[in-house]
Design a protein around this ligand. Structure first.
Ligand code: GLU
Length: 487
């Protein structure tokens, strides 16, 4: 059996779309499950869409997400490199090597393609007329009738032209899609696709077929928006006598309103999710589930578990809904799996950015903070809000429920007792966990009144993390200041 080789082939539009990351992920999972290779190719033949820095951005996002490229365009030490037997893997660099021209010439010679000299004006008028007549706009084949000699003379005379594919008449193109099943398209419903543009660059359709063949791609896995293009590709494979890959078209990632995720209304860039504090593990785990349903309803997966369990036959053919609440839940599960030390390191940039900590902050204290709030975090960014109570010098806002406890008789008694208890300890870190016991003994107040009032006194809230941990986090000075302010 030939080795399984899959590729992710994005156009460098400036950022990696979350739907693109899912496509890359499914490619990666299948490749790894089958001991194959995951390739990255850059499809940049549409020069009007070129964006500076886009390739770096894409590679960084993939690297962050944990999708390691075996072959093709990669990032090594922060630099773009192209590694593998089929280099270059950036299509614009393949153009000057005449890789696509050679194939185009062959198609022309064998009568599968023809030069078309129609002007943009003519095509626009034709399209407008067809639309007005209620017809599907398509090229009318005017230039098909030009003899090869005439065509050659016009090209030599410098006339601008494109190369079109000559669709066979009254034929059905058939292929099987792993998710969609059997597809059957009549050539009558297709267009004489442009293969080489007037600027000499190949179109996506020619380039993708030439490169997938050249690079030995066995499975073409991409978004369903490419499904209408596939019959053209199938035809090209047949014209060239090449073996076809397996085709897999993935359902579109939709927002909660069942609309395509759009840059205008939704977060779509992977870097945005990263900045908001999603872990790569969480985002990847969640994305895998947008469209794919595992056999036993398991929801939390590591990458290795995904590689093991993933199955194209369990990917739905209808769109997958991107649900932020579910993503948050999945991400929270992955945050809980981090050790305190790992989590502290992950939280550090968010706390720094918010001005809560600096380089001098004690790592042990940061670990305690991570441990204290771990259970409350859906994203890393959440730490800023969740731990806000720890940073203020005084209790600035008091929740209504806490206010009731502060109005109670026991409040001043407990505040005084705690103030004294703190004043009497020698080694705060060692004895912090004994403070509540001492206060209870001293005042005879226990249970809910003791705990809720103490929370209200120290934080202004009746909810929050473990009280002993909170005492440690706040430390003696801040605790005393807060109690003093109340008293
Ligand atoms: N370059 C196409 C894109 O931008 C790739 C489509 C394919 O995978 O064939 O998504």
């Amino acid at each position: 059996m030939t080795d399984v080789r899959l590729r992710f082939a994005p156009s460098p539009t400036g950022y990696l779309h979350i739907g693109g990351l899912r496509t890359a992920l499914y490619n990666y999972l299948y490749a790894k499950q089958n001991g194959g290779d995951f390739l990255l190719r850059i499809e940049d033949t549409d020069r009007t869409r070129f964006v500076e820095g886009a390739i770096e951005n894409l590679l960084e996002a993939l690297q962050w997400a944990g999708l390691h490229v075996d072959e093709g365009v990669k990032m090594t030490d922060g630099r773009i490199v192209q590694a593998g037997a089929h280099a270059p893997y950036i299509q614009s660099e393949r153009v000057s090597m005449r890789i696509y021209d050679d194939i185009a010439d062959k198609l022309l010679e064998e009568g599968h393609a023809y030069p078309c000299f129609c002007t943009k004006e003519r095509l626009d008028t034709l399209r407008a007329q067809q639309k007005a007549d209620g017809k599907v706009p398509r090229y009318d084949g005017l230039c098909r009738g030009i003899s090869p000699e005439d065509a050659k003379a016009r090209i030599e005379a410098g006339e601008e032209y494109v190369l079109r594919m000559k669709l066979p008449a009254k034929t059905h193109i058939v292929f099987d899609d792993l998710i969609r099943g059997h597809m059957d398209i009549a050539t009558e419903d297709m267009d004489d696709q442009v293969l080489i543009k007037s600027d000499g660059f190949p179109t996506y359709h020619l380039a993708v077929v030439v490169d997938d063949h050249a690079m030995g791609i066995t499975h073409v896995v991409r978004g369903e928006e490419w499904l209408p293009s596939t019959p053209k590709h199938v035809l090209l494979y047949d014209m060239l006598g090449w073996e076809k890959p397996v085709f897999v078209h993935l359902p579109t990632v939709l927002n909660k309103d069942h609309k395509k995720l759009s840059k205008r209304n939704d977060d779509v860039a992977v870097e945005d999710f990263r900045a908001q504090g999603y872990l790569p593990e969480g985002l990847i785990n969640y994305l895998a589930l947008v469209g794919w349903s595992p056999e036993d309803n398991q929801e939390i997966f590591t990458m290795d578990e995904l590689i093991e369990a993933f199955d194209f036959t369990r990917v739905s053919s209808s769109g997958g809904i991107f649900d932020r609440d579910k993503l948050n839940w999945v991400n929270a599960q992955h945050i809980k799996q981090k050790s305190d030390e790992e989590l502290a390191a992950l939280l550090q940039p968010y706390l720094k950015e918010a001005g809560r900590i600096d380089d001098e902050t004690d790592p042990a204290w940061l670990m305690l903070l991570a441990a204290t709030f771990k259970e409350n975090l859906h994203t890393l960014q959440d730490i800023v809000e969740e731990s806000a109570m720890v940073f203020a010098d005084t209790v600035d806002t008091v929740e209504p429920e806490a206010e009731e406890y502060l109005q109670s008789e026991q409040a001043p008694v407990l505040a005084k007792a705690m103030h004294e208890a703190i004043g009497s300890v020698e080694d705060f870190a060692e004895e912090a966990k004994t403070l509540m016991k001492r206060v209870q003994k001293e005042t005879g107040i226990k249970g809910k009144p003791l705990f809720m009032t103490m929370r209200s006194l120290l934080t202004g809230s009746v909810h929050g993390p473990d009280l002993n941990q909170l005492l440690l986090l706040l430390g003696p000075d801040k605790l005393q200041r807060r109690l003093q302010a109340y008293l």
